[in-house]
Design a protein around this ligand. Structure first.
Ligand code: UDP
Ligand code: MG
Length: 315
């Protein structure tokens, strides 16, 4: 029989976990498949880990991995995928925003053989703040224009994948991880399953506006070199414009002989150009910082506690 692994990144999910667990078991017990659930505790400071201990004591299908501190959802997903043994692996949020009821359908699609993964996307953003939806949409438009990772608007991290795809994802060891981009970049055949947005069952979202903005900027810098190109083109354009200006001034001086007036305009131009230079240096800095982090070769996560034998504890 095939084995299905469910990877669940959890950060301060003590309230949502029991609900998630019973819901997922209810669904999985109706399907004819062997399964394991891997909960990854991303350095939670509440009772998340003890809830996991409780599950794994009573249920041999449940495993847990607990980080030494909060490493972020990307790291938690990575740890789960690196330790999943299944022929099929699914990633699911702990707050039931990724409906377990979709799992049987997703499995069916994979088993029919044509696709290597089934990904989900929200068709509505019902219940989400309007501003947040607006910025999310804009982000997807921009990133699809400027990067070679093809990212679907409303795509969730909720996916079911075949072993070969998991191996490819785990083989991508980059430090700056942006899973939505990685899934798109590795290719394979993906079936997109739409569903209506569901609100979180319990607990609170860990994403505020600022964190989401950083996530979006990360996505762009990790999967595109367009910002660098923009900065060099801007530089070139400014040089050209200032050359024209120079010629104009020299001609005016030699032909009419009147000295150039206008301190205000000069000061404005200097500040403007200075600003653009700093902006472009900032863009370069973003890439250099990423190169710096990559060359350090630090682990993505450090495991403090797990019940999985021969688990990958540092990677
Ligand atoms: N999460 C995590 N580490 C973090 C933040 C979040 O593992 O640092 C998990 C969280 O427990 C949840 C999933 O990532 O299972 C999605 O988080 P959340 O529901 O807060 O995000 P939203 O659905 O609001 O985008
Ligand atoms: Mg959520």
């Amino acid at each position: 029989m095939k084995l299905l692994s469910i990877v669940v990144p959890c950060y301060k999910e003590e309230k949502a976990l029991p609900l998630f667990y019973s819901e997922v078991r209810k669904v999985l017990d109706t399907i004819d498949i062997d399964y394991e659930i891997i909960f990854v505790d991303d350095g939670s400071t509440d009772q998340t880990l003890s809830v996991m201990h409780g599950f794994s004591e009573t249920d041999s299908k449940v495993h847990y991995i607990s980080f030494s501190r909060n490493f972020g959802k990307e790291a938690a997903m990575y740890a789960g995928l690196a330790n999943a043994k299944g022929d099929y692996v699914a990633i699911m949020d702990a707050d039931l925003q990724d409906p377990p009821a979709l799992l049987p359908k997703m499995l069916e699609i994979l088993e029919s053989g044509e696709y290597d993964s089934v990904a989900t996307r929200r068709v509505s953003r019902r219940g989400e703040p309007v501003i947040r939806s607006f910025f999310a949409r804009t982000f997807y438009k921009i990133i699809n224009r400027i990067s070679d990772a093809d990212i679907v608007d409303g795509a969730r991290d909720f996916r079911l994948m075949k072993r070969k795809m998991i191996d490819a994802v785990v083989a991508m060891t980059e430090y700056n991880r942006f899973s939505k981009g990685i899934f798109g970049w590795i290719g394979f055949k993906t079936y997109w399953l739409p569903f209506e947005n569901v609100e979180r069952v319990a607990g609170e979202t860990k994403w505020n506006f600022w964190k989401l903005t950083r996530y979006a900027v990360d996505g762009i810098f990790n999967f595109s070199q367009i910002p660098l190109k923009i900065s060099s083109w801007t530089g070139l354009f400014m040089t050209f414009v200032s050359l024209l200006g120079l010629i104009y001034i020299v001609l005016k001086r030699t032909i009419y002989g009147n000295p150039v007036a206008g301190w205000t305009s000069t000061a404005c131009i200097i500040i403007f150009v200075g600003g653009i230079q700093l902006f472009c240096m900032g863009i370069m800095g973003q890439y250099i910082a990423r190169i710096y982090m990559e060359t350090k070769n630090r682990p993505h996560f450090i495991v403090a506690d797990t019940d999985i034998e021969d688990a990958v504890v540092i990677k």
